[in-house]
Design a protein around this ligand. Structure first.
Ligand SMILES: [Zn+2]
Length: 231
């Protein structure tokens, strides 16, 4: 999946967390969480920069010797990398707390735990985005090289990338809209959470039926067939 698609998948999965933060009046935290998640979710594909001959680094004679050759969808697409990014996020957030305590509005420990969680899940959201392509991922290698793949679409499929980015954007807008509805006091917190959850699930289901109902994604059936035959 390309960057746009990954950002979309992350917005889709992040929206309920954001909504929870927003209706509990953790506005700054919600804003911070969005930025953090969108940044972290693009990090796994940093491995593309380290592939042989793929970057200027590898083409520069002296520098080339010091640049490691990392396989694409290798170590940066694992649970270990997710943990590393979670830890770094928690570190950055701790720094932020020391720098300016006032802006957080969330108990310190919760803020740090949330930051770890966001860094961690944002990388996993990226990994999920790559899992739905035929090539799949090896999420716990080198412990196990088991390949996980539920092929829905080829990574480069334009419709799939557009679909996820548009759906992510729509759900993000929907989350903001629902927050405004809550703040102008149409519903109690419990009511708005139930309404939000119900509509969120419905939007997701309708869009997925629309996309999967016709062969818009691509010929992944071919890959599934090949997998079955290999068994
Ligand atoms: Zn990737």
């Amino acid at each position: 999946m390309h960057n746009r698609g990954h950002l979309g998948v992350t917005l889709i999965l992040l929206s309920p967390i954001l909504f929870y933060l927003l209706v509990n009046e953790y506005l700054f935290t919600a804003f911070y969480a969005t930025l953090l998640a969108l940044l972290c979710t693009t990090l796994p594909d940093i491995d593309l920069k380290f592939q042989t001959k793929s970057t200027i680094l590898h083409r520069t004679p002296v520098i080339r010797r010091f640049v490691p050759n990392i396989r694409h969808r290798g170590i940066t697409h694992t649970i270990w990398f997710a943990m590393l990014i979670g830890t770094l996020s928690a570190g950055v957030s701790t720094g932020l707390l020391y720098w300016n305590e006032v802006i957080v509005f969330l108990p310190e420990t919760q803020f740090i735990v949330l930051s770890f969680g966001l860094g961690f899940v944002s990388v996993l959201f990226h990994v999920v985005g790559d899992m739905i392509t035929p090539r799949g991922i090896n999420p716990i290698h080198p412990v196990s090289y088991k390949n996980l793949s539920i092929p829905v679409s080829l990574a480069g499929n334009r419709f799939a990338n557009e679909f996820f980015s548009v759906l992510g954007f729509l759900l993000f807008i929907y989350t903001m809209g629902s927050t405004i509805v809550y703040y102008i006091n149409f519903f109690s917190r419990e009511q708005i959470m139930v309404v939000y959850g119900g509509l969120y699930a419905s939007i997701l289901v309708v869009f997925l039926i629309y996309a999967l109902g016709k062969p818009r994604f691509d010929a992944c059936a071919y890959f599934i067939q090949r997998r079955l035959l290999n068994r």
